[in-house]
Design a protein around this ligand. Sequence first.
Ligand SMILES: [Mg+2]
Length: 369
Amino acid sequence: MNFGKITSLESYTDEFVCFVKVTTDEGLEGWGQTSTYNADITAQVLHRQVAPWVLGQSADDIGFLINRVEAKEHKYPGSYRCRANAGLDTALWDLQGKAQNKPVVELLGGKVKALRAYASSMKRDITPQDEAKRFVELRDKYGFDAFKWRVGAECGNDVDEWPGRTEEVVPVVSRALGDGISKLVDGNSGFSPKRAIEVGKLLQAEGISHFEEPCKYWELSETKEVTDALEIDVTGGEQDWDLSTWQRMIDMRAVDVLQPDVMYMGGIWRTLKVVDLAKKAGLPITPHSANLSLVTICTMHLLGAIDNPGKYLEFSIEQEDYYPWQVGLFLGDPFKVEGGKVIIPSEPGWGVTINPEWLAKATRQVSSK
Ligand SMILES: [Mg+2]
């Protein structure tokens, strides 16, 4: 199908979220999103370093466009270029889906279905007792059968959030949840290999099956030491965007489960590269999707289509008290959980409608040809 030539890229942003609208001369449009946080800065990258290379180009071949931006902006590799490209990529997938009257999951070769979700806590400033209490409530109310909570401190160099928290939060939460529940924890680059292995032994004793980002993520050999020493899955990759780093991570078996973030990766097209590398190596993909913006919607479509999905979708349990910026982004509730599962939206494209009231309050900028 001919989707036409790209005539404009529009951004609607606040400090946290930037939605992107792409329009073509065939009168088609699609909505995407850059990665969250510092979204206003990312919007500038989109207009200065992405738009000039894609305006006037065909909207048909998303990979060609991403490669073109990367080549033209080869002196600016890294996170911001990917974050901005994610806005272009995800808007184009939406456009192509809407033009063909299909949800993106079908464009990717999958179909709409229910996905098991794990309830993911973003908090460390919470006592083990309070974490356990809210998990049990969520288990009983929504039927979640998988939970992730936090140990150590973010990039904490073995210094805990407060003394003894890790040793307490692991058994308190695990035992409160009881049997028949998948239990995951996240170290957020907090430990040395020695301390991570010590924590890992505690996790194994308490029935936790997934130990995420135990060591500094950029030190792959440290993570590998932990993976080799433990029986349970060691997981990681959420920060990584560079495909040669992914290849290295896979070749050395630094982790058991790979966790690309669709938005940090620069969109679906680049994430599929990681999916393919993982598939060749026989490794599962459990993407990082840590808030209820478009990242979780895009991840749902991806998980519905790939051959090597992990066991569940990451589903943030944080609400307006903690992430006030994610309130009111969409019309309706695309994140409804029943029996611990969410359903991939079945409407064309991403299948969600961005809230016009949110857009009206955002800062708008247009690049057009
Ligand atoms: Mg994580």
